[in-house]
Ligand binder design. Structure first.
Ligand code: NAD
Ligand code: WQD
Length: 337
């Protein structure tokens, strides 16, 4: 069975490609390296001990998609490719709408033309509105997104729902990831943000290795037990296995379906800092700063639908996530390059 993975050189994509290769799928990847590196592709091949076909290019390139869909007998698409930085999406919204929407449209058009009927899409907890009760369920209110990035995910979900409504034999799985972290246990691949990290744990890891003087902790006066924000952190390897479950689900279901991929457990920023310290033995310097605009005090998933329908649940603990992040960071203090 052949799986076409867009954005397969990126953080979640590379871990998923590795898992696909380990599960003996044929894998075809496209990535334009806008936020990733060639070295990652080579490392995935070495870790898996297997080769796969890689195309360097843009998912919006319709001629390239036509070439890929006519050269390979694709059974299922996993669409990771996209821009994902919340703050950047506020500064350059048109680039975000162009990249994230037009790549999804080009893919759907190619699927239509070449008779591919299954797609798994990387959506995000960011599609949920800020005024929901916790935990977030798939039926919780969506929209009122806090940034253009969030709207692109909301709109792509709708494009895919509409496409599956018009093509009754399509199977669309919309996976809403919560907060991914961690790395493959080899320490050979992991998250390699360019510039100053936007997300908490990559920042903690760079502070631990000495690339950052201290962690800016955004807000210590939230209405939570320790005053810091609570999130649902999930190991990237658990996310990868969620995609294996979604591929199996597509084989026996049509229509479009949303699933939360989270653990269902909330962890505060201060709890994350102390877990990282416990897992690694390294002290993290932090300074409490003003709140970061747009942050919700609390966000975590109800992952029970994925357990019931996909037969999937997250297995790895926060300590696993921290230890694996640290192994990657220590072995690759400057990332892939
Ligand atoms: P990432 O930036 O590491 O990976 C995305 C990959 O897509 C990169 O390798 C990039 O070079 C590639 N890419 C982007 N636009 C492209 C295009 N037009 N053509 C070809 N390649 C392109 O990000 P990630 O963390 O691995 O996220 C993967 C997906 O999951 C994204 O769609 C992201 O929005 C979504 N997501 C991520 C998170 C998170 O916190 N990491 C949470 C929820 C959802
Ligand atoms: C977590 C907590 C910060 C950095 C984002 C996107 C979301 C999804 C996952 C893609 C918050 C605090 C952070 C730092 C800090 N991505 N923090 N100092 O905001 O929950 O979600 O990534 O879909 O769409 O919005 O994750 O890791 O940025 O922040 O104190 O240097 O850590 O304020 O409370 P977030 P995060």
């Amino acid at each position: 069975m052949s799986i076409f993975v867009t954005g397969g050189a990126g953080y979640i994509g590379s871990h998923t490609v590795l898992e696909l290769l380990r599960e003996r799928y044929n894998v075809v990847v496209i990535d334009n390296f806008v936020n990733s590196s060639r070295a990652c592709v080579e490392r995935v091949k070495n870790l898996a001990g297997r080769d796969f076909t890689f195309y360097e290019g843009d998912v919006r390139d319709k001629a390239l998609l036509a070439k890929i869909f006519t050269t390979h007998n694709i059974d299922c698409v996993i669409h990771f490719a996209g821009l994902k930085a919340v703050g950047e999406s506020i500064s350059i919204p048109l680039s975000y709408y162009d990249n994230n929407l037009n790549s999804t449209l080009a893919l759907c058009q190619a699927m239509n033309k070449y008779g591919v009927k299954r797609i798994i899409f990387s959506s995000s907890a960011t599609v949920y509105s800020g005024d929901n009760e916790m935990p977030l369920r798939e039926t919780s209110k969506t929209g009122d997104c806090s940034c253009p990035y969030g709207w692109t995910k909301y709109m792509c979900e709708q494009i895919l729902r509409d496409a599956s409504f018009a093509n009754k034999d399509w199977s669309v799985v919309l996976l809403r990831y919560f907060n991914p972290l961690g790395a493959d246990k080899s320490g050979d691949i992991g998250e390699d943000p360019s510039g100053i990290p936007n997300n908490l744990v990559p920042y903690i890891a760079q502070a631990a290795i000495g690339r950052r003087e201290f962690l800016p902790l955004y807000g210590g006066d939230y209405p939570t037990p320790d005053g810091t924000c609570i999130r649902d952190y999930i190991h990237v390897a658990d996310l990868a296995s969620g995609h294996m479950a979604a591929i199996r689900y597509c084989e026996s279901h049509t229509g479009a379906k949303e699933f939360n991929l989270g653990t269902g457990k909330g962890t505060s920023v201060l709890e994350m800092i102390s877990s990282f310290e416990n897992a690694t033995g390294v002290k993290i310097n932090y300074k409490i700063m003003d709140r970061r605009p747009g942050d919700l005090p609390v966000s975590y998933a109800d992952p029970s639908l994925a357990k019931k329908e996909l037969g999937w649940s997250a297995q790895k603990s926060i300590i696993n996530m921290c230890a694996d992040t640290w192994r990657w960071q220590k072995q690759n203090p400057h990332g892939f390059n």
